[in-house]
Design a protein around this ligand. Structure first.
Ligand code: GLN
Length: 446
């Protein structure tokens, strides 16, 4: 499998651009060790995997697709990487992304964009574009991505694969380079739902090195894939089918709903009234947290340092000016502004209050329903360059994924047919820590 993966990457990645760093020697060595292995096999034994490049890997370059970290070699493994190693999967390399996970098209990588395997003139989505494209192109068996406002689900939708954002706190963020710490979550991107259940099984669980890691029992996810959704109560929020959502995308999702109906599930239209404020609140909160988190990149402690600085301030300023790309700078400026004294109450605090209202919308719906069904993204994959100069349009694309991020609830994107030859994503959101029901529902449709 590892040989096949390396071969496929060699043959296709010139066109796709999913990888930033390969670890061919490491992968071959590990595969050799597994060949000789006679002990009990780990859950992901021998499966070739790619890891998003904001998840640190000991001795393997981790760049966050930023020039700032172009030479950064971590001295430790992220919690999820340690878990993958004990499950015996084989990491073949590090995957391209939007710089510091900021973006929705992978065009913000400071190295090169990723192209969608379905149509290489189109974006794969983002920020985990490399993670989704590598699975779609058959380069790896599965990948890990990170999702702050949709970055696992939306690229999974654009690339016709499965992407799961777990409940906030279910998977350790130790060793995930922080973008917005109250939202960031690592999750699997796979070809099907069963694989997502297995990868989640391997990476979920408490980690004392992450202070927001939840101490909950981890169920056996694979055993929840019964194929049975009889009596499952599905909520369909009308705000996710409004203006701006492509007609064919809506049609595919409503067709999926019919399939659920035919399997004995029941559904009702509901309202999540604060949905329309979610994008604005998210971009204030995520940018605020990012402006604080990215303060550590000062040219002293990590990565690239500007040469011959006149003084310390000049070192900071030039390292940051040269090291960060335009979108990252935009977020740092927006966040710094929102957090500054005099504006804090008007922006940051207000946005936190909106976040609570969004969360309450979900709580109320989940009193009567098991899952919420919606599109993952308002459109299918767009052309490279089409929205690159228009940050606001780009931000609005996240309308369907951001609410679940603000509420911290689990959400999966699975393929539900095509619109003009391009994959459409069906999003299933669930109650906190009820990944089992989300996976069961997704698997039954698949
Ligand atoms: N597109 C969103 C953003 O740019 C989501 C990013 C993410 O989930 N990492 O912030």
């Amino acid at each position: 499998l590892v040989d096949a993966s390396l071969k496929q990457i060699g043959e296709t990645d010139g066109k796709i651009g999913a990888f930033l760093t390969m670890d061919e020697a490491g992968a071959k060595k590990q595969a050799g060790e597994l060949d000789a292995w006679t002990g009990e096999r780990g859950l992901l034994f021998g499966l070739p995997a790619g890891i998003k490049d904001n998840i640190v890997t000991e001795g393997l370059r981790t760049t966050c697709a930023s020039q700032f970290l172009a030479n950064y070699n971590p001295i430790y493994d992220a919690g999820v990487v340690t878990k993958l190693k004990s499950a015996q999967s084989v990491t073949v390399g590090k995957l391209n992304m939007d710089e510091f996970a900021m973006g929705g098209s992978n065009e913000n990588s400071s190295f090169h964009p990723v192209r969608n395997p379905w149509d290489t003139s189109r974006v794969p989505g983002g920020s985990s574009g490399g993670s989704a494209a590598s699975v779609a192109a058959g380069q790896v068996y599965f990948s890990l991505g990170s999702d702050t406002g949709g970055s696992i689900r939306q690229p999974a939708a654009y690339c016709g694969v499965v992407g799961l954002k777990p409940t906030y706190g279910l998977v350790s963020r130790y060793g995930l380079v922080a973008f917005a710490s109250s939202l960031d979550q690592i999750g699997p991107i796979t070809k099907n739902v069963e694989d997502a259940a297995y990868v989640l099984q391997a990476i979920a669980g408490h980690d004392e090195r992450d202070s927001t890691s939840a101490n909950v029992d981890i169920p056996d996810y694979a055993s929840s894939l019964t194929g049975d959704v009889k009596g499952l109560r599905i909520a369909v929020p009308k705000e996710y089918f409004g203006e701006g959502v492509d007609t064919q995308v809506k049609e595919r999702v409503l067709e999926a709903l019919k399939v659920y109906e035919s399997m004995g599930a029941v559904w009702e239209e509901v309202s999540l009234p604060h949905t329309e404020y979610a994008v604005a609140a998210y971009y204030l909160l995520a940018s605020s947290e990012a402006s604080s988190n990215l303060a550590r990149f000062d040219g002293v402690r990590y990565g690239v340092r500007s040469e011959n600085p006149a003084n310390l301030l000049d070192l900071y300023r030039r390292s940051r000016s040269d090291g960060f790309g335009a979108e990252v700078k935009r977020r740092i400026m927006l966040g710094t502004y929102a957090l500054s004294s005099g504006y804090y109450d008007a922006y940051y605090k207000k946005a936190q209050q909106v976040r609570t209202l969004v969360k309450r919308d979900f709580d109320q719906v989940f009193e009567r329903f098991d899952i919420i069904l919606a599109p993952t993204a308002p459109t299918t994959a767009f052309k490279l360059g089409e929205q690159a100069d228009d940050p606001l349009t780009m931000y609005m694309n996240d309308i369907c994924t951001i609410p679940a991020s603000l509420a911290g609830i689990p959400a999966i994107s699975i393929p539900c047919g095509l619109a003009e030859g391009l994959p459409v994503g069906l999003q299933i959101m669930g109650k906190p820590f009820d990944e089992a029901t989300v996976l069961r529902a997704a698997h039954a449709y698949e």
